[in-house]
Design a protein around this ligand. Sequence first.
Ligand code: MIG
Length: 672
Amino acid sequence: MINKFRFGNPIIQTDAVVNDVSLSKNSLGLGSVKSDWPFLFEYKMSKDDMIFGLGENVRGINKRGFHYTSWCSDKPNGNESDSSLYGAHNFIVIFGEKITGLYFDTPSKIEFDIGWSDYDTLTVKCDVDGIFLYEITSSENEKSRALKDIVHQFRQMIGQSYIPPFWAFGYQQSRWGYRTESDVREVVKKYRENNLPLDSVCLDIDYMEEFMDFTVDKAKFPAFKALNEELSAQGIHLIPIIDAGIKQKEGYEVYEEGKKGDYFCKKADGSNFVAAVWPGKCVFTDFFRDDARKWFGSKYKALTDAGVEGFWNDMNEPALFYTEDGLKQAFDKFESFKGKELDINTFFEFTPVSGSTCNRIEDYKSFCHQVKDLNGNTVSVSHDRLHNMYGAMMTKAAREGLDEIKKGKRTLLYSRASCIGSHRYGGIWMGDNIAWWNNIEMELKMLPSLNMCGFLYTGADIGGFGDSSSRDLVLRWLAFGVFTPLMRNHAAWNTRNQECYAFGETEDFKSVLSLRYALLPYIYSEFVKASLKNEMMFRPLSFDYPEDKIARDIEDELLLGNEVLIAPVCKQNAKGRFVYLPEDMIQVTWKDCKATQSSIEKGGHYIDIPEDTVVFFIKKGKSIPFCKKIAQSSKDIDYSSLTKLGDSDATYELYSDDGFTTDISLKNIQKY
Ligand code: MIG
């Protein structure tokens, strides 16, 4: 059951809810609204209450004990002290005596204090315009069912999650540093030479001419279309990046067109808002406008015409390096220190000045979007009041454009910034992480939290984006990555190479990567079913075993579908790990490209897991499909060679289809 409430004066209908309900006459079932406006919600948590949700964020699956602010931010090296990352996902599930879902629908900043100021108090605050609050409860008595039902109702309300083409579940190699056609060829050659499976290579900003969107640098990629054709024959897709900012340069077609159509965000004086990003000074498309979105989306054709079928959209929080105003302020401030002896106070004012030009709230306040208000009138609203939707609207623009260009076909799309609603248009990667061991666990914890909020096609930069990675870190991360829908190795330009061939002795990498291809029919099937049925593909153990005291607190294991439990090794030098199994299971050990199985009892175990080995578990009475013949790319997956792992008597609901048309429905499920 869903109750909807309204507080303050929301300016727009966000793009989140597709199956809306009318405003409720009931009062809130849980907690209380201390102040209607500015909005202040408060709930006194009992000792054992757990709080789930909030999508892309740091810290635990249980979010209690910290504070979070929804404000899409460029946060390289996100760590435990960051309250905001790249997305805004305002859905939480309270799990205690009462089980309730709360969705705070607003396009702007909102703050969650989940037992940070006071361990027993949950507060949610918002003071921008107004919000809609949806309270979701379940009639299911059993806790596990109630939890799943609440997420299910929410997901149904926000609409079906995006489903990419089949090949998007293959392994992707990326690096900010592949500059030329021959760099790309080299990557593909090394993967193929070493029998390391591969489906895609991502192109970062260097493929463009002067970092201009929808251009290809002819000096570095003289025959882009021919390259796509040549690679496609080897089962490889190129996935170019598109940035939010459009270079302000006379004569650059995209800029000239946008200027002519008047599609860019404006300041109060009617001039275009200009801020610097990679290409230098840029303008920004007003993705809130239907015509501007349509125009931007159509530009992807420049690349699809050359054979491209997938994209990643970056810097769409939007990330800003500086505006002229911000730069002037910074220089003035620097000037004010000149000739002074800096002391304890002034020195610490001095050092942050150069960074102070990035992503300033003053800049976000200085430009506007044209939106339809709740009465259908077009109004001009400053960006800061709609900030969390900007990246999502860019995803929408790309989706609408790509669907128009490639009628009836699926295209791959993932974004950095997001907000609930954009889960229908594309996936997200988890932004700039870092090559630290704890980042594997960070990714693991985000997966179920994101699934609750509708984001299914997701994954982190395997090996870590910032800082140099190590052989063992890449291997262990891959061993977890074989289960994540987006499986992409990506790194920053100033780091050590971390491709699967970069560390020598590629046999270990080959075996781990091959497991992904052996599991592809299962991963794909679970993914599509989760989307079509509005379910979570990854769940915390607490969702299935809410009465099991040990399982409830486990945050380094996950359930995948209704069959599998995964428990990745997240520590350097570990030869294995402790695993808690909430029921009797079958242990699958993958080594040298072969799976062996053995029974294992419910309870705690220390499991040996050498670096070249992947271990996972299948519930008793369940089975999963498994490819015996290892493919080098997803197009070679042979469904006729499927076998079963787990309980050989158990039937599995296998979803399969052609993998590229939009003809996706539950009728494609067969008993296997
Ligand atoms: O500020 O395009 O998150 O994946 O490699 C850096 C360069 C801009 C940020 C993305 C990262 C990408 C990088 N981009």
